[in-house]
Design a protein around this ligand. Sequence first.
Ligand code: RB5
Length: 168
Amino acid sequence: MCGTNLSLSRGWSCISASEGVGDEIMKVAIGCDHGGLNLKVSVKELLNALGHEVEDFGCHTPDSCDYPDIAVPVANAVVSGQADRGILICGTGIGIGIAANKIAGIRAALCHDTFSAHACREHNDANILVMPGRFISTEEADMILTEFFSTQFEGGRHQNRIDKIPVK
Ligand code: RB5
């Protein structure tokens, strides 16, 4: 069933969070460097259409900037509970994800596809979705984000593994 109709702006018949699971409205901290700016604009459009509360930590212009300056505030927002989830985008997704994962309690997952988006939520309880602004399309990002927000953590053996990740 179609929950949110983005057909006019995206060419999709519908983008829908899975019934029951992805309907929860979340506070989302989002950020990018210059390599992720275009994709971030489009991702924010989808988040707003899905009804999420979005806080944008920059960058806001195409001028060159340094991804840790964005990754750290977004990661801190998630760890502090100011945001339920984070989204980070740089050119490759690599630098901004590395920086975010230095913050204790962050599990930032770089996703190029919906399988990774599903698995990082189900198995790793990822709390930040990282995407590569220069290597995926707007449509791919829509699907990755929808999967990330509609997949629940499975817990159990996966929680045991997360508990073994050093956090300090
Ligand atoms: C910026 O040119 C680029 O290095 C950055 O967006 C990212 O890909 C780094 O990991």
